[in-house]
Design a protein around this ligand. Structure first.
Ligand code: ASP
Ligand code: MG
Length: 422
């Protein structure tokens, strides 16, 4: 058993879907679980649809639903020559039903409603892809992750119950022993009461990890529009190099610091079972890509760079001249968590505590306001945080020329620098 995961960009139009089918037919041996995301930017669109419905902006809601319906109908039009294929009606019905939600009561819990609606992006995407693959492969089947991945009811950020999930998945596969291609949705699950949940944005990689873990898969391949895992995001960096082979340990470090190639939760279940993860290009599937595997012996050859923008660096000093200690640290952490700030780097001295963080611009004044009752606050915003794994002086110079440095923190393998353009 292998697991393939295709993200939104790999199924954004009819051509792309044909390519997915080509890859499945030519690069998977024996049986394969195919985990697919919503098509193109559909999840963003579904989020807007949920917003519009929830706030009773019905005209906007109808227009957005029509637009998504047209988008999907255009894709199936490009895929199916037989214009009376049942998929046309199936897709129309799904969007018509969504449109009819204006007549239904809406749940008070926004996150619940979000999961019921946003999940349809994955459902329609996998229906289309399975129908297309089914034209040539009778041994393929659509598999509903909303009945297989069991979660708690933490809507939008649901946690997976692995034991139950494993039972459900194994039973489904056993009941369909004659099938070889199982097409299912990324990022979806269900509660004990059978309500749909989602696993957090970009969670489809994690779904691939869940299926692989539960089925003791031979390997997982994440098919992407990049040649593999790179040592930096090409958006911020020229001359990137591909990492051919790295360890789970290193990949977990990189994703912790913010490397965005793989959803961070994906790696742990695979590491636990020693299941290798390939990151490969769906544009040139014959190329080897990157393999993430248990051995650490190939690590530490290439320095990796991870950039985070729009950082806020804040120093927090108690007004009563007390030292920074456990009690005021925990008070500070509580207040940061309350406004949804995400700490990336921290440092303390006797009298002040400094954090570099992601925080929504609208939350910043609120935080400063609240902290100011007990602390003196100084901050800078619009900063960059760069993390270099396996750094040396040359790599530090490379990223800091023309920058003013606000903070630098070094450990043996990693340097983190908070800086701003001069
Ligand atoms: N479609 C979902 C998202 O865009 C899940 C995923 O793509 O991984 O967040
Ligand atoms: Mg997506």
């Amino acid at each position: 058993m292998r697991v393939f995961k295709f993200g939104g960009a790999s199924v954004k139009n009819a051509e792309a879907v044909k390519n997915v089918s080509y890859i499945i037919n030519n690069f998977s041996d024996d049986k394969v679980i195919v985990v697919v995301s919503a098509m193109g930017k559909t999840t963003n669109a579904m989020e807007l649809i949920t917003e519009a419905l929830y706030h009773k902006k019905y005209d906007e809601f109808r227009a957005l639903v029509q637009e998504r319906k047209a988008f999907h109908l255009d894709i199936i039009d490009g895929l199916f020559e037989q214009k009376n294929h049942p998929i046309f009606d199936e897709v129309k019905n799904m969007f018509n039903q969504l449109g009819n939600r204006v007549h239904l009561p809406i749940a008070e819990n926004y996150d619940f409603e979000y999961d019921q609606i946003v999940s349809l992006g994955e459902v329609v995407s996998t229906k289309i892809i399975q129908a297309y693959i089914g034209l040539s492969r009778k041994d393929s089947v659509w598999m509903d992750a909303r009945h297989l991945v069991r979660t708690n009811n933490n809507y939008r950020y649901a946690d997976v119950k692995f034991e139950k999930t494993e039972q459900l998945i194994r039973r489904f596969i056993a009941d369909h022993a004659e099938k070889n291609i199982f097409v299912t949705q990324g990022f979806l699950g269900h509660t004990d009461e059978s309500f749909t949940t989602t696993l957090g944005r970009e969670g489809s990689d994690f779904t691939a990890g869940i299926f692989a873990y539960c089925l003791d898969a031979k390997d997982v391949t994440i098919w992407k529009d990049v040649p593999g895992m790179l040592n930096a995001d090409p958006k911020w960096f020229d001359n990137t190099v591909k990492l051919d082979m790295i360890s789970f340990k290193e990949a977990i470090e990189l994703s912790y610091y913010g490397a965005s190639v793989i959803h961070p939760k994906t790696l742990k279940p695979l590491q636990n079972k020693g299941i290798p993860l390939y990151v490969k290009s769906f544009v040139s599937p014959e190329n080897p890509g990157t393999v993430i595997q248990p051995s650490t012996q190939y690590d530490a050859l290439v320095p990796s760079f991870i950039f985070k923008m729009n950082q806020v660096l804040m120093s927090i000093t108690p007004k009563d001249f007390s030292f920074i200690a456990e009690d005021n640290m925990s008070d500070i952490f509580k207040r940061l968590a309350a406004v949804g700030a995400r700490i990336n780097v921290m440092q303390n001295s006797a009298l002040s505590f400094t954090v570099c963080m992601d925080i929504r611009p609208e939350s910043l004044p609120k935080l400063v306001d609240e902290l100011s009752t007990d602390y003196t606050i100084k901050y800078n915003n619009d900063l960059e945080l760069v993390t270099i794994r396996h750094y040396d002086q040359a790599t530090i110079d490379r990223v800091t020329t023309g920058k003013e440095i606000f903070m630098e923190q070094k450990t043996r393998q990693t340097v983190r620098i908070v800086m701003k353009n001069l």
